[in-house]
Structures are given as structure tokens and as C-alpha cells.
Write a protein that binds this ligand. Structure first.
Ligand code: S3P
Length: 450
């Protein structure tokens, strides 16, 4: 079983980049796979989750040629010959692994196809709610069933259907549901409009634009036309701000630290974690180097004595994946930090309210747990501990970071799950533990594909 052994360090001073964005890599693989023509995707994230989406697009008829590989992981640059919206029936059920994004977006894509297909995943994914995509899809005429042991859960069976365009008012603020509906809308018989209850990450809208598809955005209403055909394009995926967030928190918690993450995505629907760290007292500087499409730039975070804050309701969808890391920062901050309106955390790769609270308590931090969040009473030095990952990549990484400023050593068990989103995290952690500041020590070296 893989594990991380973390000793405290006095500071983190380094400048490096993190692998490509997970959400954007999924979407780039899907849109390139349905586009007309040959697309090139650079800085693709070769993590387990995104490799499932890539394999799915191959099974559906896209031709995918790796150009550059991260050894031991998968392609970081690839050429995709798309199917021009003419997907072919897969030979077997499509495996989505641990990935909610893969399953929900592919469900949207397959809903209007003229063949039967099915989607399955691992035990964690098979316990996550799929009714949120199935119900609106059925309203569009999709023939989609959840066949799992728990009601509304995977495996999903999707039978051929002609989709009706519709206006759908979403009940959960979920970019996955929105994206599934927009993908389904592309094969519906008119204009499909999705109304979201709060702003969620808008990568699908931006990437559809890059592939030449007209998407109309009016506040939280997004519309797309049936019959849209994406056109191939060359696209570079920004570094994943959610991966960078672990290092932002590590630096923020340790006065004297300064971390610079280069070439990271700065999409405003993803950057609320930076606002929270600023409110907690960290110095955060953002330099946008590429403002267009998916904005990219450099983020500098310097450590300080942090103080607690209230994470605001409207910030929740924007930083939902960063909450485990924010909770670790809150544990080292003086005073209380409250996180409410975040019941969605209970249906992520683990129940993240329970897993964060359990691990913080094991490190000696007091936490009050609520149905929709938690209150963390910070300010005491965390104590090193042996901690489970709960099979959840973000829990494993957040608590490895907690170990950097704990007293004594911290062992995180069962860390293979980190490969879900951050291949190379172990190398970066090792460089931090060795006190490296040379960017070469953080370099993940891709090689040309065979
Ligand atoms: C994602 C959306 C979020 C996020 C997940 C990735 C996406 O989930 O938590 O890690 O790529 O669309 P929800 O849409 O369920 O909120």
C-alpha cells in the first residue's frame, strides 16, 4: 500500500508548475473527440480520471495519438482525430473509474446517440448520486436508467433516444450537471437552456467557444443549439489551480514561506480559494500572463500568522474542491473558521465533511461537524498522526500538507488515489520535504511518445 511519510519543515520556498487542469482536460478530450478534424491538446492531465475519459472517447471512435508522455502515467500532449459528432457504439461498458466528471459528462454526450451504451465506475463512484443528471435527461426524452445497488446510482444504461430541446432549471449548483445538459443539448431538436442556481465553473462554455460552438451566456442562463458541430482546434490546458491550492495552503501556513506556481489556470469561477487565503492573512499576488480563453498566470503566496474566516455562501461552488485544503489552513489559523452551505461535500470522492473532521481531530484540532459543513477551532499546533486517505485524493494531499507544519511525523495511508488528479504530487512533496528550491527538483519530465 502506498503511503506518505511527512516530517515538519520550517518553510517552503520554491517556484514550479503543477500538472494540467483536471476539469479542462476531461472537456478537451470530449470536445476534441466529437469535433470535426484534428485537434492537438497540450499539457493534458495524464491522471487516472482523465485517462478514463480518453479511453472512453477512443471506444466511441475518436483516434487518439499521444505525442508526449509523462513516464508511468500517460500522455501530456496528444493529437485527436474527432468523430464529427458521429460516435460509434462502444464494444463494452465504459469504465469511468473514480471520476464523477467522466460519468456525468459522458452520460450527457451519450443520451442522444443512436446506440445503447453503459457507464460504470469504482465503488466510490457507484455510490454517488446520478439522479441529478438522469432526471433532466429523461425530461429531454433520454432513455437512461440507474442500475446500481443504491437507488439513483451507477452503472447507468443509456438506450437510443431522440432528445427534445428544453429549458432546465437546475436544483444543485453543479458544473457537471450543467455540462451534461449542454452536451446533450447539442443533439437535441432546438435550443436547450440551462439555468443554474449559482455560478459554477464555466470551462465547458469556454471550451465550446474555443471549438467554435455558439454558446449564449446570460448571467446564470446558458443556451446551446441542437445540431452544433465543434471544429477541431489546438488547445493548451492551464495548470490545475486545485492542485496548486495544496502548495498555496502549505506556504500560507508557514511564515517565511514563499511559493510561486507558474502557468496555472486563473478562471474566475475557480479562484475563490485565493480570496479566502487573503482574508485569512496570507499575502497573495496574481499575475495574469494569458488573459484570453482560459486565463493563465502566476500566483505567489507568502506565509503569515493566519486567522479564521467565514467562507461565504456564494464562494462555495467556486472552491468546493479546495475545502479540504482550506480546512487544514483553518486548523493552523487562530480563531474559528466556518464553512456552511457545502452539503455537496458529502457526495464527493469521500464524504469530505466526515473525512476532514476525522483527520483534523486525529491531529488534535477541534471541529464541529454540521450536515452542510463544519466549524474549525484553530490555532493549536497540529500533532503528527497516522491518517487514512478515505481513498480520496484531495484528503490524502490536504493532510500531507497538514503534516508539513505538525509536531512530529505524519503518515498518510493508502495514497495511490492521489493519481486521480495529481500525478507527480509525491515528487513535489519529496522536494518540499528536502527543502529544495531549484525548479529542476520539481520538474516532471515528459518524453516523446514511442
Ligand atoms: C467538476 C465539478 C465539480 C467538482 C469536480 C469537477 C467538473 O463537481 O467538484 O471535482 O469538472 O465539472 P460538481 O459539478 O458536482 O459540483
Amino acid at each position: 500500500m502506498q503511503e506518505f511519510l511527512v516530517q515538519p519543515v520550517s518553510a517552503l520556498r520554491a517556484r514550479f508548475s503543477v500538472p494540467g487542469d483536471k476539469s479542462i482536460s476531461h472537456r478537451a478530450a470530449i470536445l476534441a473527440g466529437i469535433a470535426r478534424g484534428e485537434s492537438t491538446i497540450r499539457n493534458f492531465l495524464p491522471s487516472a480520471d482523465c485517462l478514463y475519459t480518453l479511453a472512453a472517447m477512443r471506444a466511441l471512435g475518436a483516434r487518439i495519438d499521444p505525442l508526449e508522455e509523462l513516464p508511468g502515467h500517460g500522455p501530456v500532449a496528444l493529437r485527436v482525430s474527432g468523430t464529427a459528432m458521429q460516435l460509434r457504439a462502444p464494444q463494452s461498458s465504459i469504465d469511468c473509474g473514480n471520476s464523477g466528471t467522466a460519468m456525468r459528462l459522458l452520460a450527457g454526450l451519450l443520451a442522444g446517440c443512436p446506440f445503447e451504451s453503459s457507464l460504470h465506475g469504482d465503488a466510490s463512484l457507484s455510490s454517488r448520486p446520478m439522479g441529478r443528471v438522469i432526471e433532466p435527461m429523461r425530461a429531454m426524452g433520454a432513455q437512461m436508467d440507474a442500475l446500481g445497488e443504491s437507488p439513483g446510482c451507477a452503472p447507468l444504461r443509456i438506450r437510443p433516444a431522440a432528445l427534445k430541446a428544453m429549458r432546465h432549471r437546475m436544483t444543485v449548483a453543479s458544473a457537471q450537471v450543467k455540462s451534461a445538459l449542454l452536451l446533450a443539448g447539442m443533439s437535441a431538436d432546438g435550443e436547450t437552456t440551462v439555468v443554474q442556481p449559482a455560478t459554477t465553473r464555466d470551462h465547458t462554455e469556454r471550451l465550446l467557444g474555443a471549438f467554435g460552438v455558439a454558446v449564449r451566456v446570460n448571467g446564470n442562463e446558458i443556451s446551446i443549439d441542437g445540431g452544433s458541430l465543434p471544429m477541431a482546434c489546438d488547445f493548451t490546458v492551464p495548470g490545475d489551480l486545485s492542485s496548486a491550492a495544496f502548495w498555496f495552503v502549505a506556504a500560507a501556513m508557514m511564515p517565511g514561506s514563499r511559493v510561486v506556481i507558474r502557468d496555472v489556470g486563473l478562471n474566475p469561477t475557480r479562484t475563490a480559494v485565493l480570496d479566502v487565503l487573503r482574508r485569512m492573512g496570507a499575502r497573495v499576488e496574481v499575475i495574469t500572463t494569458h488573459p484570453d480563453g482560459e486565463p493563465i498566470g502566476e500566483v505567489v503566496v507568502e506565509g503569515a500568522a493566519l486567522h479564521g474566516t467565514d467562507v461565504l455562501k456564494y464562494e462555495i461552488p467556486n472552491l468546493i474542491d479546495e475545502i479540504p485544503a482550506i480546512a487544514v489552513a483553518a486548523a493552523s489559523a487562530t480563531g474559528r473558521t466556518t464553512i456552511r452551505n457545502a452539503a455537496e461535500l458529502r457526495v464527493k470522492e469521500s464524504d469530505r465533511i466526515r473525512s476532514v473532521a476525522a483527520n483534523l481531530r486525529a491531529m488534535g484540532c477541534a471541529v464541529d461537524e454540521f450536515d452542510d459543513g463544519m466549524e474549525i477551532i484553530g490555532g493549536r499546533t497540529l500533532l503528527g498522526a497516522e491518517l487514512p486517505s478515505f481513498g480520496d485524493h484531495r484528503i490524502a494531499m490536504a493532510f500531507a500538507i497538514a503534516g508539513l507544519s505538525a509536531q512530529g511525523s505524519t503518515r498518510i495511508l493508502d495514497t495511490a488515489c492521489v493519481d486521480t488528479s495529481y500525478p507527480g504530487f509525491a515528487r513535489h512533496l519529496d522536494a518540499v520535504l528536502r527543502g529544495c528550491s531549484d525548479p529542476a527538483d520539481f520538474q516532471l519530465n515528459p518524453i516523446p511518445a514511442a
